[in-house]
Each structure stands twice: as C-alpha cells, then as structure tokens.
Design a protein around this ligand. Structure first.
Ligand SMILES: [Zn+2]
Ligand SMILES: [Zn+2]
Ligand SMILES: [Zn+2]
Length: 236
C-alpha cells in the first residue's frame, strides 16, 4: 500500500510512542513531523491502519505496522548512515532522516543496511526493523564493515571510510596512506594498535583506530567458498 507523507509521519509517530507505552492523539500530534489533523486521524482509522482503544489511546493495527515497517526502517537506517558514516550529530539527523524515509528506494535501503553491517538499533537505541538482507546475512556472524580495531591479528582488510568530523585528522591519516580503498593489515593490538599499510607500519590511538572502518575480505574469497555465500554477496 502506498502512503502519502502525512499518513506515513502519523504512523511513524505512533510506532515510536508505542515503543515507550500508550499513545494518545495529543502525543501523536506533539511528536509527528507533519500536521496531524482530525481528518488525517479519521482516514487512518477508516483505512484500518490504527484503532482507537476504549481508553482513548491509539494503536497500530497489524496492517498499520506492515505499512509503517519500511518507513521506520528507512528512517533509522538513514540516522545510522548520517551518524556513523557522515559524522553528523544524532540531534541533527532527525529532520533529514524524515526526508530519507519517504524516498529511499528499496535497493538503496538494502545497500545502506549492508554497508552498515545490518545494524540492529538506531543511534537513539531504538530497534531497526529487519529487512530481507538482514535475514539473509544472519548466518554471517560478523559484520563485514567493522572498525579496524575489531580485525583479528594478522587479518587484512580494505579501508572503507574514516568516521571523523575532524578534517585535520583525515588529512593526517591520508598522509600516512590510510584512505578509502587501500589494504591494511592489523599487526599489533597492544600497547597500541598498529596497522600495516603498504610497507609502512602505523601506530594508532585506540580512539582513532575505532574511526577507521574497513571491509573484511569476503567469505567466498576464502578457502570455504560455497554457492550460498556467492549468492549472498552478489545480491545488491
Ligand atoms: Zn518521519
Ligand atoms: Zn533513532
Ligand atoms: Zn540488512
């Protein structure tokens, strides 16, 4: 079912409130990112997306949940993308995430989810509804995109991005050769984290190492390649 923006925002607000408890129409009006008119509420009731309980509070129906699920998923994945990859403050992500949730195509949503390693919660700690990609990836125990301090000793991976807002830090790291696309190997974990990049060994503070996100080598490139994993990794 196609929902327009107002209806989508109404369902989103109700979903978020229900995670914390009961939701009355005035609560929905307060937090929704669209004007919730009586007409809009009536429409949602008529289309059986929500129901009014005898006590007066509103609930999503199973149909309403089904319609809202992809909206919530896009919103929360967009928040993660902005926080983790773009380094935007959580408080600043809200309005932009509300834009994303209305136009992100399914293929792009899936790509973002995969890029982020199928995250389970948004930066506010609220659950992100699972997508098909998450279910397929479940057997894949470790996220493929991880901060470099989570690599195993000796493991080689490719730098994806550096999650920092500090331009100076980015410049310093790229001067050392750490930039998207290059191959790095974790050669020491303690007392400091040491990455080998080309022929250079680079010692890093833990805090900085945690900002360097790397792609792990994909399973089918390893010894136990199988058809199932091929299928998994080629799906976009
Ligand atoms: Zn929204
Ligand atoms: Zn959130
Ligand atoms: Zn996923």
């Amino acid at each position: 079912m196609d929902v327009d923006r107002e209806l989508g925002e109404l369902l989103e607000a109700l979903w978020t409130l229900e995670e914390q408890g009961e939701a009355f129409p005035q609560d929905v009006r307060r937090i929704a990112h669209a004007e919730v008119t009586d007409r809009l509420l009536e429409r949602a009731l008529r289309e059986e997306l929500i129901v009014r309980q005898p006590s007066g509070h509103l609930r999503l129906t199973s149909k309403g949940r089904a319609v809202a699920t992809p909206i919530i998923r896009r919103h929360r994945l967009a928040e993660r993308l902005m926080c983790d990859v773009l380094g935007v403050d959580v408080e600043e992500t809200e309005a932009a995430a509300c834009e994303f949730e209305h136009f992100l195509a399914e293929g792009i949503t899936r790509a973002i989810c995969t890029l982020l390693g199928h995250p389970r919660v948004c930066p506010h700690g609220r659950p992100i509804p699972e997508g098909e990609c998450c279910r397929q990836a479940e057997e894949q125990v470790k996220a493929i995109l991880v901060p470099c301090d989570r690599l195993a000793l000796g493991e080689t991976a490719r730098v994806a991005y550096v999650s920092t807002r500090s331009h100076a830090r980015l410049l310093r790291l790229s001067a050392l050769g750490i930039m998207p696309g290059v191959s790095v190997q974790l050669v020491q974990r303690w007392p400091s984290i040491v990455l080998r990049c080309e022929e250079t060994e680079i010692a890093l503070d833990e805090e900085i190492a945690r900002q360097i996100y790397v792609w792990r080598v994909r399973p089918e490139e390893g010894a136990e390649a199988g058809e199932a994993s091929d299928e998994r990794w080629t799906s976009t």
